[in-house]
Design a protein around this ligand. Structure first.
Ligand code: X2X
Length: 332
């Protein structure tokens, strides 16, 4: 829902209103995480760029912690599809209750590195996903990065799949429930905004999230002792706009919005990757015990999570999975 210049006038002082161009609109952008993350920084960069490019015609107000969906991070996507949220910055796993195909990105051990990732998001598989999102009323403007999700906990270092046995793990979405079950852990789905206190109070033993985009900026290291860089699942971000709103923009505005989104997500991806590259050393300084498994040890996790891969590959659809796998094979 957009807030018109007139709507804001009711809230703003007359002087402020007088300075606002008559055609200016403030749209609402919702994102999952706190205002300290690379998600937020990417959203802020988008706002700066889009407002500059459109001469203030398109401006945003950014809401962290999925506030516009009452804190329900998986609901944001559906609300955007309906047009009750204008812009959304969320990650693929959060869209899976509405669009199961988006689980493809996060299938355990689908990707080995950033080159694999970039080949798919910038290639034919990414465009196929854009089409699927459009069928649900969401125009995907650009792809950013949450990242490779690493496991943390307070009980013991994770070196083998057996080490996951019995751990109470907070997870974000339905696919991760199956992955954690395959590893013998006890998964519990929980909103991200409720996870920090749950870790602090020992309601759950652990969680999994990317280092640069989330673990560091949200200070997960303050409440978790062990981290293993198992790279088990990749999670991309996408910056989307409700199709309803998109269709109300003229051609020129659309081009400007799209370009601003692409630049902002390039920036967001870069700061997430930089934060991850420097992150392990930082986390050790903060007192975390970090375990970096070898290729053979990673292989054991790959084998153990295969049942969840197969279950979710079937939900996603074999053709789509194959198009991702083929593009990844070509990139190597
Ligand atoms: O909830 C999570 O774990 C987070 C922040 O990574 C997502 O929104 C997917």
């Amino acid at each position: 829902m957009k807030i018109s210049a007139l709507g804001w006038a009711a809230l703003a002082a007359a002087a402020v209103f007088a300075a606002t161009p008559a055609s200016a609109e403030t749209y609402r952008l919702s994102q999952n995480t706190s205002n300290t993350t690379t998600w937020q920084k990417g959203a802020e960069r988008f706002n700066e760029l889009v407002s500059e490019a459109t001469g203030g015609k398109v401006e945003l107000r950014i809401f962290p912690n999925a506030q516009l969906a009452g804190g329900d991070q998986m609901k944001q996507i559906e609300m955007t599809g309906r047009g009750s949220i204008d812009f959304v910055l969320t990650s693929a796993i959060n869209a899976t209750p509405l669009v199961p195909e988006l689980a493809v990105f996060s299938l355990p051990y689908l990707y080995s590195d950033y080159d694999d990732v970039d080949a798919t998001t910038s290639g034919a598989p990414g465009r196929k996903i854009d089409e699927i999102l459009a069928e649900h009323g969401i125009v995907a403007l650009a792809w950013g990065e949450n990242g490779f999700r690493e496991v943390t906990n307070n009980v013991r270092p994770i070196r083998t799949p057996e080490d996951m046995q019995g751990l109470k793990m907070r997870v974000a979405g339905p696919m991760y429930i199956d992955v954690m079950n395959a590893l013998g852990a006890n998964p519990q789905q929980m909103q991200w905004s409720e996870t920090f206190p749950a870790l602090q109070q020992g309601v759950v033993d652990g969680q999994e999230n990317p280092i640069g985009a989330v673990i560091i900026p949200q200070r997960v290291y303050e409440v978790q002792k062990y981290l293993t860089t198992w790279h088990y699942s990749y999670d991309p971000l996408f910056l989307g706009v409700s199709k309803k709103l998109w269709e109300s923009f003229d051609e020129e505005t659309r081009a400007k919005v799209k370009k601003a989104a692409e630049e902002a997500m390039e920036y967001q991806k870069k700061i997430s990757r930089d934060g991850t590259a420097d992150g392990v050393a930082f986390l050790r300084e903060q007192g975390m015990e970090v375990y970096e498994p070898s290729a053979e040890e990673i292989d054991a996790f790959r084998k153990a999570t295969k049942p969840a891969f197969d279950t979710w590959a079937a939900k996603v659809g074999d053709d789509l999975v194959k198009s991702f796998q083929d593009t990844i094979a070509e990139a190597n």
